[in-house]
Design a protein around this ligand. Structure first.
Ligand code: MN
Ligand code: MN
Length: 467
């Protein structure tokens, strides 16, 4: 015998906003798809620890799927698949739609750079018979988190003669790793009195790379010499070649499933490859869209998007103009009618640190892709603030396609805050809104996401591209 619902309960169901764990809102087939998607993502993440590696892997997947390198002036037709590789650090891919280009494109944007330790231009030194590299951290990190964890080195060195050498050490099981050391607690009473932001200072992020002399000769700096000898043998590198290098120290451990239920993924670089991979997969899986679909995987977001591979530069606008030219249209008319999902991670509610969140307006793990109308700090500063009309469009789209989504701001008002590339895209006269995956421990060497949220982000991109 079922109890009759009270009038209030019925009205509540009609009027209150409903939120639920994504697992309660999907069927077994979707759960299986989500698990499969997580496997693919984990594989991508393991081999894409830098923007260069992510761009290279993305380009390879695009080539495999029939995308051709775009050259300005080439003839384009509906169904054509093209891409641009911006200096090996950023990718734009497009599938030409059946609708006139003047009706605008559907743009998915994410970034493929992540916080890390970059080597300085003149990094190598010996101090008391230990060899170390000086670093300059990239992006916003809690410096103390980067000590005493295994680090690998990735990047390129351009030799004096102009030859470019690729370096990757520390990822294979047999490789050596590197680390930043920290003080033993026994001798740290003074260090522990420092404010947390200075627990480890920028100039203390020195990477330990060796301790053995080159030979038994009575010479100074034998350990440094030994390191240079090894690097020269393996890569042909002299000390001066570091001047023209980009070497990045990143966590050396692989990404892993997290939890007894394996519902989460722990690893380095979710921010923002956890949005970049779904955006890439969405355009790889896209066949003959109505509106031209464009995915951009950009660089330099973590340092403010400046530079010619960051979204403050004109490379996206130039590409859209070239696309417009191919159809005899004006770039700015295309942009005016375009829509963009600017995909970047958001802070997930952490029960251990509830104070920084406003519980009605924050993202929760497993509640789906997070749609954020505005970002910014100190009175929405630096945000593009999507219009109610555009939020309404996206809301309806996601609901119609049964994409599990939520909304969330990055923390309480004035608790801190942050921005994304959304504003730079919106500044091109494109309707733009932030979407993304909620993350725990954002910018730490090991970040955590929920598989279902990653999958729902992919589904959101697919729905958007098909709209
Ligand atoms: Mn990000
Ligand atoms: Mn970030």
């Amino acid at each position: 015998m079922s109890e009759a619902k009270s009038e209030a309960k019925t009205r509540k169901e009609q009027l209150f906003m409903q939120t639920k764990h994504a697992a309660m809102r999907i069927d077994d087939a979707q759960q299986a798809e989500s698990d499969a998607f997580a496997k693919d993502y984990m594989q991508f993440l393991n081999t894409s620890k830098t923007e260069r590696e992510a761009a290279r892997n993305a380009a390879a997947l695009l080539e495999e799927a029939g995308f051709r390198l775009f050259t300005p002036g080439m003839a384009l037709h509906a169904g054509d698949k093209v891409y641009v590789n911006n200096r090996g650090k950023a990718i734009i891919a497009a599938v030409i739609g059946t609708a006139p280009i003047e009706e605008g494109v559907r743009l998915c944007a994410a970034h493929i750079d992540s916080p890390r330790l970059d080597l300085k231009q003149n990094p190598l030194y010996e101090d008391h018979e230990l060899a170390l590299f000086k670093t300059h951290y990239y992006g916003g990190i809690k410096k103390y988190q980067w000590t005493t964890i295994p680090l690998s080195l990735h990047g390129v060195v351009v030799l004096a003669g102009g030859t470019k050498v690729e370096v990757q050490i520390g990822e294979d099981a047999g490789d050596p790793i590197f680390c930043v050391t920290d003080l033993l607690p026994h001798l740290a009473p003074q260090q522990m009195k420092r404010p947390a932001g200075e627990l480890i200072r920028g100039e203390e992020l020195n990477l330990l790379v060796g301790s053995m002399p080159f030979n038994k000769d009575e010479e100074s700096e034998q350990v440094k010499l030994h390191i240079l000898h090894i690097l020269h043998e393996k890569y042909g590198i002299n000390e001066a070649d570091f001047l023209s290098a980009e070497l990045e120290a990143v966590p050396a451990f692989p990404v892993r499933e997290l939890g007894f239920d394996r519902s989460m993924i722990a690893g380095y670089g979710h921010d923002d490859r956890v949005c970049a991979y779904p955006a890439l997969r969405a355009i790889l899986d896209c066949q003959s869209p109505t509106h031209t679909a464009v995915t951009i995987l950009t660089d330099k977001e973590e340092t403010g998007s400046d530079g010619n591979t960051g979204l403050c530069s004109s490379y996206l606008a130039y590409f859209l103009e070239d696309l417009a030219d191919a159809f005899g249209a004006k770039g700015r008319h295309v942009m005016h009618h375009s829509q963009c999902l600017s995909a970047d991670v958001n802070a997930a509610f952490d029960p251990t640190f509830p104070d920084v969140m406003e519980l009605k307006n924050c993202a929760y793990l497993n509640h789906g892709v997070c749609v954020t109308k505005y970002t910014g700090a100190r009175g929405k500063s630096g945000t593009s603030d999507a219009s109610a009309e555009f939020v309404g469009t996206i809301r309806k789209l996601l609901d119609d396609q049964n994409v599990v989504w939520q909304t969330g701001e990055l923390g309480k008002v004035d608790a801190g805050g942050g921005g994304t590339v959304a504003a730079y895209i919106a500044n091109l006269d494109i309707d733009t809104i932030d979407v993304g995956v909620p993350v725990l421990s954002m910018h730490a060497p090991m970040e955590v996401v929920a598989k279902l949220d990653v999958y729902m982000t992919y589904r959101a991109f697919c729905a958007f591209i098909a709209s």
